[in-house]
Design a protein around this ligand. Sequence first.
Ligand code: NAD
Length: 485
Amino acid sequence: MKETLLINGAWRAASSGRTLPVINPAYGTVITETAEAGAEDVDAAVQAAAAAFPQWAAASGRERAALMHRAMDIFRSKYLDEAARLLTQENGKPLNDSLKECRYTADVIDFYADESRRITGTHFAGDMGATHSFILKQPVGVVAAILPWNFPVDLLAWKIGPGLAAGCTFVVKPSEEAPLAVLKLAQAFLDAGLPDGVLNVVTGAKTTGASLVQHPTVRKIAFTGSGATGQWIGEQAARQMKRVTLELGGSAPLIVCTDANLEAAVQQAARRCFSHTGQICISVNRIFVQQPVLEAFTERFVELTRKLRVTPDGLREPDADMGPMINAAGVAKVEQHVEDARQRGAQVLVGGSRPAGAEYSPDGFFYSPTVLVEVQPDMRVMVEETFGPVAPIAGFDRLEEAVRLANATPYGLAAYLYTSDVNAAFYAARQLQFGGVGVNVNDITDIRGAFGGMKQSGIGRELGEPGLDCYLETKHVRFAYQNPG
Ligand code: NAD
């Protein structure tokens, strides 16, 4: 498994021979080793992408669409199950969640394959003399796609789907924690006959990613990951005026009003707090419930949380609610946030520790779903991104107050509101400073929507039309002509 660099249509090892282990977080054991790309490997991948660019950019939308669809047919029939199993092994989510991610990946790429045929520009008669202007949409060039470990395959599709459709070529840097399923997706494109160099993959960690970011031939960086890394990438990109899409962390509030369908709100809140062990950028991090229903909400939420199944192995229990966290640092952060809350007066109603039982490997990175009450706005769990299975619940009196508390965060990715009052819904949806607002729904993702953050949660949008437009340059071509006679 050391030949994990896909450069110019061929798999190979790092020229230095260096490797990195991939760990199964359920057991803390090494699954396999991947190549760690050095600067020379990154350069070779970028050169391959640059050489492939003119031909791929010049291909018709019809040709690009056909190749992308063929790749997804192959992915579904030949690699999807294997990719999902690898995903569960490398990042811990139960197998059904991995299957869902891989199926959605193929949907996104199919969606953008069709969009490839709809890229057009516009034109208009000039208003100063005899001129006519054309607005052309042209691919940006070589793109670096840098991925996190939590939805590695899906979030790659959000980048190469629109980017390949636009005519860009790619160098992909998967997360060192979860690179394996991504390699299967890349293989499907190879099998489909994608021209050499259009899609390259360099496995590695921070230094590999940094070489890619700083490479002068890369014209755009599409990054999903932590705020700290995103900020560094933004600074580097600014030096060479590279385009960036930065999808960063979040601290999503969920507001429940007295007039909400309480059972729906509780069930959806529990799912969005604990699914993928709380390690989703749009996971609910803070729950605000209007006082008259606070007690009933909390009781039912606790009841549902107690029933959640944390599987010791997501391959053995595909339909479990959650698995392990990604690594020891992730668990340590959750422990610190819960301890900080406890010390400052919060009460732990459920969880607050590792799950008990010999079925859990002592070397696995497990943490129980945890419910906190009597939380204060300045506790770490209310301010920082915990990125773990912790649900802090607080009360509020008036909706204006809930909106103010919800906005009191540097993040602005996703927010959720449960109410049956359409006026309250419109008011809050407009006031909440988040890139996505779910009203009576716990997911803000739709292929045709726009997904992305305000404030520290990032720059740019993925999915929908904005997700395609950011892989296109807008060029103005102005013609002067003479009217005969
Ligand atoms: P991370 O920032 O640690 O790593 C992300 C990627 O960046 C990895 O591939 C890593 O190797 C690479 N990297 C690290 N340092 C780099 C550098 N200096 N230059 C270039 N590349 C570098 O993030 P993570 O822990 O993998 O992901 C979790 C974070 O991602 C959370 O904060 C989460 O909220 C966020 N996230 C955001 C979204 C979104 O759409 N907004 C979606 C999923 C995850």
